[in-house]
Ligand binder design. Structure first.
Ligand code: GLU
Length: 484
């Protein structure tokens, strides 16, 4: 029987779902689904001080919003639960005890002061990556027994051999070798009884029958520690793949502190990005389809997700590409879906009742082709709500190219508008044609002058529709206010 592929995304609820985490989750999901396997989300919450109150719910909620169906997790358990590390502390402890019994681990009674002193002494002789000196490994069984009976606080450390080489066949980097010489005996259970990440992750991946681990390259340096634990238990390690960095346009690693770029899925969601677009965009951060196309649905990606195509170079988070892609998906929404996307943004800034439903729909729909994200709608429609919008620089420049012609167009257009009772699209188009016939001014001079007079801008949605939606009174006021 073929082995079932089981992968996991293992967020620490110390923050919200970040682009980097989402990429790891999406790749694991696609890999699992491509192979008809299982996608598991395990909550790694052993760093108690750093956990945030809504960390878990926000991680799960945003993963699901992105479209990831989770086969096993805390609120949807499979048979390998619990799926939250703080609920598994006894499991880690009993495994640590086994390692102690096998002499691969030992109790360390060193106080923080003793460890600080050790660190300072190492630094004095130029060693800056601290390594525990192994003193508690030398305690006699009687000393250990006495300390335990006296309830002296302890951690559990793993014995680390000096020069063991581990070699893995990484799914992204191919062959990678590690030497244990720089590791030192590290803590697997802290003095508060909680397992450390490197220990818990191994126990869980093994017990949850995880076959492949795709994760960020920042975990590469943890891999030898984890391999050592597998080795001591005589367990087979999963196949690893360490995904390359995501970098910003300036070439730097995305930093959560960099406020110039939105980095959390929730922020994109709140700004009215579509989950399908984000999923598509994220799937191409460090993976390529080896085709010319950029647009893929989730099911297409599941079908073509080939793990030979992970990129070896860092991938750039290209904001413009994301905007382009989101716009592509917005253009393809049905009218109803589109209105569902934009109306809440509009209602948050405008008095919806002040106009009728039909007017709003017409207004909002003229922007569907252009809109890049939901929240942008308020910026786009603002020209319909300002009483005296300022002239843009381009508009001013244009009006100076031939003021006489512009004035002629405007006077005639205004006179004709003022006398019409019919404010239909057809009539507005007719009037523009009559202005053209009467003034003999055509093309850009005609249309741009009218556009600027009505909107104060050189770009915008379809002219006659804009005029219709602005309404007669507003258009006449704007025409009167424009001094040429
Ligand atoms: N909890 C780890 C993190 O949030 C994931 C570790 C792993 O995938 O092995 O970075």
């Amino acid at each position: 029987m073929k082995m079932e592929i089981r992968v996991r995304y293992a967020p620490s609820p110390t923050g919200y779902l970040h682009i980097g985490g989402a990429r790891t989750a999406v790749f694991n999901y696609l890999f699992a689904k491509h192979h008809n396997g299982k996608f598991i989300v395990r909550i790694e919450d052993t760093d108690l001080e750093r956990n945030i109150a809504d960390g878990i719910s926000s991680q799960l909620d945003n993963l699901r919003w992105l479209g990831l169906e989770i086969d096993e997790t805390i609120d949807h358990e499979g048979k390998y639960g619990p799926y939250q590390q703080t609920k598994r502390l006894d499991i880690y402890r009993s495994h640590a005890d086994k390692l102690i019994a096998d002499k691969h681990a030992y109790h360390c009674f060193c106080t923080n002061e003793a460890l600080d002193k050790m660190k300072a002494e190492q630094q004095k002789v130029g060693i800056f990556s601290f390594q525990y000196d192994g003193r508690c490994a030398k305690l006699s069984p009687a000393e250990v027994k006495k300390n335990l009976a006296d309830k002296v606080s302890f951690a559990i450390r793993l014995k680390t051999p000096k020069n063991k080489i581990f070699t893995i066949n990484d799914m992204v980097r191919e062959e990678v070798s590690f030497n244990t010489k720089d590791i030192g005996d590290f803590v697997i259970i802290k003095s508060n009884g909680v397992a450390t990440y490197n220990f818990a992750v191994v126990i869980d991946d093994y017990l949850m029958k995880i076959t492949h681990v795709l994760r960020g390259e920042e975990h590469l340096s943890n891999t030898p520690k984890q391999l050592l634990i597998y080795d001591y238990f005589n367990w087979q390690a999963p196949r690893y793949g360490h995904l390359t960095l995501i970098i910003s346009e300036t070439g730097k690693k995305l930093s959560k502190r960099d406020g110039s770029l939105m980095q959390f899925i929730e922020q994109y969601r709140n700004q009215g990005y579509l989950s399908e677009a984000l999923f598509n965009f994220i799937s191409l951060l460090g993976w390529s389809s080896h085709q010319e196309r950029e647009i893929y649905t989730k099911s297409e990606l599941i079908k073509i997700f080939n793990s030979d195509y992970f990129s070896k170079a860092p991938s750039m988070f290209d904001v413009r590409k994301l905007l382009w892609m989101n716009n592509y998906y917005i253009k393809n929404l049905t009218q109803e879906q589109y209105l569902n996307l934009v109306v809440p943004f509009v209602k948050s800034e405008h008095d919806w009742e002040s106009k009728d439903e039909q007017w709003w729909q017409e207004l909002l729909l003229i922007y569907q082709k252009q809109l890049m994200y939901g929240a942008e709608i308020n910026e786009l429609i603002s020209l319909f709500f300002e009483n005296k919008p300022p002239l843009t620089k381009e508009a001013q420049d244009f009006l100076q190219t031939n003021p006489d012609a512009s004035k002629k167009v405007l006077d005639d257009f205004k006179a004709k508008l003022a006398t019409t009772d019919d404010w239909s699209l057809q009539e507005i188009e007719n009037i523009i044609q009559q202005v053209k016939a009467d003034t003999k001014i055509t093309g850009k001079m005609l249309f741009m002058t009218i556009r600027i007079a009505c909107s104060r801008q050189t770009h915008g949605p379809e002219l006659a529709k804009t005029i219709k939606l602005l309404g007669k009174e507003q258009v006449l006021t704007r025409l009167t206010d424009l001094k040429l």
